[in-house]
Design a protein around this ligand. Structure first.
Ligand SMILES: [Zn+2]
Ligand SMILES: [Zn+2]
Length: 366
């Protein structure tokens, strides 16, 4: 194409003359063409359903939680608009900011980066897009409000209450599982915890969550897990039965620091790790372990001899070849056997217990 004296073409809207740098597109200058042909296409009646209870919104028929960390309604509106606004030409769309404009509406600033027509170089276009926000309570929050939970994890210990240490481990596990699951699914997770006689009941509205919590407690504390299902109704819309999942999570009769008798040997229980109950043999001073299966189902008999909080404490007053004299805080004197597993010195504080009429030193320290 030759330009020169023949510069007679001009934009049919604004009259701007064509130049070699900016050839007309469909008889229009670029600015007029862009104004006539927007990159950002907004569907009619953009309406977003938003749950004010949990801050999630409905996207393509599913309730999801916004990824944004600020005001959930504004974050939801931005993600909603990014999803439903279309781009003409080629390029990308991004929601930049959002603000409430009253009347149940949120306005979202969208930027398109690209071009509406391949004959025009890439540029940016911005537009404030209004979204109607319909506030509703999502089905999940409705269920929770009505007290419905699909699964229950019952945490108990065998023949004893849970210790503070165990309670804090269990709570930590629940928090950890909830936060990792919500990161993954983006959905809102609800649970309720109830203190009941002998332990805690955790209620979830999600089978998977209940199973993960039970499994983590099993791994950390060596708990015995038993699942049971109960059919509680029928979902006509899905043609399936509705069942409730109960998981019994039973901790062993012994807890960390307790003195146990292991097939007759006296040991201190040290914790559960790698599928094994670990102990410290107070007779030999060696460390050992019992498999999860053997402890719960096998032939190893484990009995609690003395709870950790029931141990006596005192200090070593004298040591002879035969025994060790201990004095407790009330001034009472005890004659203990020499521990074979470790050394004690005069003046050191020790924990001890009475077992079969003998005084046995269990550990050093207060
Ligand atoms: Zn023009
Ligand atoms: Zn909700």
């Amino acid at each position: 194409m030759v330009y020169g004296d023949l510069l007679t073409r001009f934009c049919s809207i604004c009259g701007k003359l064509e130049s070699p740098e900016m050839p007309l597109v469909d008889n229009l200058c670029w600015d007029c063409y862009k104004a006539r042909n927007r990159m950002i296409i907004v569907p009619k009646d953009l309406t977003m359903e938003f749950c004010g209870v949990c801050g999630s919104y409905k996207l393509h028929g599913k309730w999801v939680k916004p990824r944004g960390v600020e005001d959930p309604k504004l974050s939801s509106a931005m993600e909603f608009v990014e999803e439903y606004v279309k781009l003409r030409g080629s390029g990308s769309l991004k929601a930049l900011e959002a603000r409430s404009i009253g009347g149940g509406k949120v306005s979202v600033l969208v930027r398109a980066h690209g071009t509406v027509d391949s004959r025009i170089p890439v540029y940016d276009e911005e537009l404030w897009v209004d979204v109607n926000v319909r506030s509703v309570v999502c089905p999940r929050c409705t269920r929770v409000a009505s007290g419905y939970f699909s699964s229950i994890v019952q945490v108990r210990a065998h023949d004893r209450p849970l210790t503070q240490h165990e309670l804090s481990i269990v709570n930590e596990i629940v928090e950890k599982v909830l936060s990792s699951e919500s990161d993954r699914s983006g959905a809102v997770l609800n649970y309720r915890v109830e203190a009941v006689k002998g332990g805690l009941d955790y209620k979830f509205d999600n089978f998977r969550l209940a199973r993960r919590v039970a499994d983590e407690i099993h791994k950390r504390l060596g708990a015995l897990i038993k699942e049971s299902h109960k059919v509680i109704g029928f979902d006509g819309s899905k043609g399936s039965r509705i069942s409730r999942l109960s998981i019994s999570v039973r901790l062993p009769s012994f807890s960390i620091g307790d003195i146990i008798s292991l097939n007759g040997r006296i040991a201190r229980y040290e914790g559960f790790s790698g599928g094994k109950f670990l102990y410290y043999d107070l007779e030999s001073g060696g460390r050992g372990s019992v498999n999860y299966r053997d402890a719960w189902h096998g032939d190893v008999s484990i009995e609690v001899v003395c709870r950790s909080h029931e141990l006596y404490s005192g200090f070593v007053n004298s040591i002879t070849d035969d025994d060790i004299e201990i004095i407790d805080s009330s001034g009472r004197v005890y004659r203990a056997l020499k521990p074979s597993a470790f050394d004690v010195e005069v003046g050191s504080h020790v924990k001890f217990m009475v077992f079969n009429g003998k005084i046995i030193i269990v550990s050093r320290g207060k």
